[in-house]
Write a protein that binds this ligand. Structure first.
Ligand SMILES: [Fe+2]
Length: 393
């Protein structure tokens, strides 16, 4: 059913494939930018990925004005404000973010401050209150999962208040996303599986949540198809360039899907597990997905039945009777998690990521208050979440 009204945006230019990195200077020139700040983390400097991006800009008139690598896995307002200071002191004129979700979200925070002309990100918290970004902004993802290179969302911690702040606006979408297999080739199997499953959850939840629309559906469907075909290959052989590029595209497609639809209960409970215990996001997603799908089955069984095609492929879809397809989809994602558990130790139960039974009530309380819960196709109260946690424990 077509929604009576919806909006859809993806204004990000995508450079995907061979030598994509080497095209960054041309993009910057298009914005009349000459002196980008390069934002990354210490690990990516250590393994040479940050330098590879800097080198790709070499030989052009682009000069890396500053390289800031002190971005932690859970970035904070202080880090954003510190980068803004460095950017101004070094006279930079654009931003290149090289990293995973935390680096990219930090860069979005930096762009907010630069556009709003402030030195404190805390002045600009909220939804749809941001001005159109002025700073040229290029993103080079080094994982294939968050889709953050194409989402208008940034999550940044405020340690003083012990909360994660959300900034939501189409005005923080980057100008350019660069998908180059040199950036994801060295990702170990365990992280490849975990981030890939995060992308899968983005796509499945985008396809079934209350804000879905025909365009987000199309992106989600395409993402799942690629994940079925290529995630097993990328996990088994990280050097498989075709699989790596396909997964980078899948993650991006899923990002466009959920950025224009939303997610749901798997993310609500997963965010809560991450907030209460710092359990890794992708791991929580892989663990919770089948239980979240079971919980939603009664409301979206037709949608799950449709997803059997991209999830399991045409042969399985054709030989499964129409009435069994929805449950078969759930069985398929459960088998996927079990397979990655065998191959690389991806956890399948919450107890494996440090969740304890005594944390359940705090997690349930946080989950029902998570923004993703509002658009879940079935309402859930704390008892419902406790039921999911018990099963996933
Ligand atoms: Fe996610």
């Amino acid at each position: 059913m077509i929604p009576s009204y919806y909006e859809f945006i993806n204004s990000v230019k995508i450079l995907s494939g061979k030598n994509a990195l080497e095209n960054i200077p041309a993009e910057l020139r298009g914005f009349e930018a000459r002196k980008p700040i390069l934002l990354t983390d210490k690990m990516l400097v250590k393994i040479g990925l940050a330098q590879q991006v800097a080198d790709a800009c070499g030989g052009s008139e682009i000069v890396i004005g500053a390289m800031y690598d002190d971005i932690p896995p859970d970035s904070s307002v202080e880090v954003v404000n510190d980068i803004v200071r460095v950017y101004r002191e070094t006279g930079c004129d654009s931003v290149i973010a090289v990293g995973g979700g935390s680096v990219i979200d930090t860069a979005k925070g930096v762009c907010i401050c630069l556009t709003e002309g402030t030195d404190d990100l805390l002045d600009h918290m909220g939804v749809d209150i941001l001005k159109r970004r002025k700073t040229p902004f290029v993103v080079v993802p080094t994982t294939a999962g968050t889709g953050s290179e194409v989402t208008g969302v940034a999550v940044i911690a405020n340690p003083a208040k012990n909360v994660k702040m959300e900034f939501v606006s189409a005005n923080i979408l980057p100008d350019v996303a660069v998908l180059d297999v040199r950036m994801t080739k060295s990702l170990p199997p365990r992280l490849t599986a975990s981030t890939g499953m995060d992308a899968l959850v983005h796509a499945i939840e985008a396809y079934t949540c209350l804000q879905r629309n025909p365009l987000s559906d199309a992106h989600a469907h395409a993402a799942i198809n690629l994940i079925r075909k290529y995630l097993p290959r990328a996990v088994r052989d990280g050097k498989d360039e075709e699989a790596r590029l396909a997964m980078a595209n899948a993650s991006l497609l899923a990002g466009v899907a959920f950025s224009n639809s939303m997610v749901g209960i798997v993310h609500a409970v997963g965010h809560a597990c991450g907030g209460v215990l710092r359990a890794p996001h992708g791991d929580c997603m892989a663990i919770l997905l089948p239980y979240g799908m079971e919980y939603n089955l009664s409301a979206v069984s037709e949608r799950y039945a449709e997803l059997l095609l991209p999830l399991a492929g045409p042969e399985v879809y054709a030989r499964t009777s129409a009435s069994q397809r929805a449950e078969k989809s759930i069985e398929t994602v459960r088998e996927m998690s079990a397979e990655y558990s065998r191959i690389c130790g991806l956890p399948t139960k919450l107890r494996e990521v440090g969740v304890k039974k005594e944390d359940f009530s705090a997690i349930a309380r946080a989950a029902v208050n998570d923004g993703a819960m509002i658009v879940n196709p079935v309402e859930a109260d704390e008892d419902d979440v406790l039921g999911i946690l018990e099963k996933a424990y």
